[in-house]
Design a protein around this ligand. Structure first.
Ligand SMILES: Cc1cc2nc3c(=O)[nH]c(=O)nc-3n(C[C@H](O)[C@H](O)[C@H](O)COP(=O)(O)O)c2cc1C
Length: 340
């Protein structure tokens, strides 16, 4: 069914010198936004862009795409794939962006939001929110290095004060960013409290480049409300795309999922991971996927615990088949115990 929302989501949008055909994008997610998961999402469509998991800028220039678990892609996805990088040295970030442009990615995204201590200790990710001059310098140096679209993804800051985020947004735009993805949570709060969507509206008002709103969009109404309440140009979806990889197709294309889609998608995920990764890496990535996928079910914890303990993709497949034999109860909104 084509709704007003899907009409909005199917309006094309200029980002820098390029154009996207749809306004929903897959948010970057470390360990989850891998080549296998993106192939699963691609099988349904409905998105305008896919973002990779974050890649260490220092490593990007030397990575072998056929060996690296992170800097890895299928040629078919390149035209709508944005590579996210993290780092703190503007020159290193610029060098990474040059490789990303040379490989033919749609764009490069700079991570100003990751709160993992291992990343912040290196003065990268959300740590840069406390150093707006350096953050802007990174964008400016990447701008000088490449002509593909540059995205900056950021959070509110380390204090719950939207003025910090507004200042950052303006600095990013002035430094040459072509689009912003804004997740309105303070950095110490990983994802526990609700995001403050009203701040997205403030960012949208402050800049003229496109703004992608992000945070707790789980269904049709959330997506419509975020667009209406904030005036943002597009929406980035993270965890719900793991729970329901067809969410983009559902919201933008009116795709109607059938009853078998949960089992089929999870089984497909095991197959794709086994195709793209060695058994150890496949299992580790499937465990991350399983956490958010299990949020679909009333008794999802029983599924999750079993999948967490599975030793390989064949065992995971068997667990999935036996869980679905009893037609598990679905929940319409995700079980938030899993959405950490
Ligand atoms: C498992 C996981 C990994 C994430 N990794 C990244 C990342 O590498 N880079 C980034 O900018 N954001 C990362 N995020 C944040 C998401 O992009 C997004 O901002 C957040 O999940 C809120 O959106 P959602 O409510 O649609 O999930 C991650 C989130 C999750 C759940």
């Amino acid at each position: 069914m084509i709704t007003e929302l899907s009409n909005n989501l199917n309006q094309s949008l200029c980002v820098g010198n390029r154009r996207i055909e749809k306004r929903l994008v897959l948010a970057p997610m470390s360990f989850i936004g891998n080549i296998a998961f993106r192939e699963l999402v691609s099988s349904f469509g409905g998105y305008g862009l896919l973002f990779t998991e974050m890649c260490r800028a220092k490593s990007v220039p030397h990575e072998n795409r056929y060996v690296s678990p992170y800097f890895r892609w299928r040629d078919e996805e390149l035209s709508c794939l944005v590579c996210q990088i993290f780092g703190s040295d503007p020159e290193i970030m610029a060098t990474a962006a040059r490789r990303i442009e040379k490989e033919g990615f749609f764009g490069v995204d700079i991570n100003f939001g990751c709160t993992a201590p291992s990343i912040c200790r290196q003065n990268s990710g959300a740590a840069l929110l406390e150093n707006p001059a350096l953050a802007a310098q990174i964008v400016a140096d990447v701008r000088k290095a490449v002509s593909i679209p540059i995205f900056a993804k950021f959070r509110t800051g380390w204090k719950d004060d939207p003025r910090i985020a507004i200042d950052l947004a303006k600095r990013f735009e002035d430094a040459g960013a072509d689009a912003l993805t804004f997740h309105p949570r303070v950095a110490p709060d990983r994802r526990a409290r609700p995001p403050r969507w009203e701040y997205i509206g403030m960012i949208k008002q402050a800049v003229s480049v496109p703004v992608f709103g992000n945070g707790n969009v789980f269904d049709h109404d959330d997506c419509r409300n975020m667009l209406q309440q904030t005036g943002c140009d597009g929406v980035a979806i993270g965890r719900m795309a793991v729970a329901r990889p067809w969410i983009f197709a559902e919201l933008a294309d009116g795709f109607k999922p059938g009853p078998d889609i949960y089992l089929d998608s999870a089984v497909n995920m095991t197959t794709l991971l086994a195709r793209h990764y060695d058994p150890t890496r496949a299992v580790r990535r499937f465990r991350k996927f399983a956490l958010y996928f299990s949020a679909n079910f009333r008794f999802g914890h029983t599924l999750y615990i079993k999948l967490l303990n599975s030793q390989d993709m064949e065992e995971a497949k068997d667990i999935l088949h036996s869980f679905f034999e009893d037609a598990p109860d679905l929940v319409s909104r995700p079980n938030m115990n899993f959405f950490r």
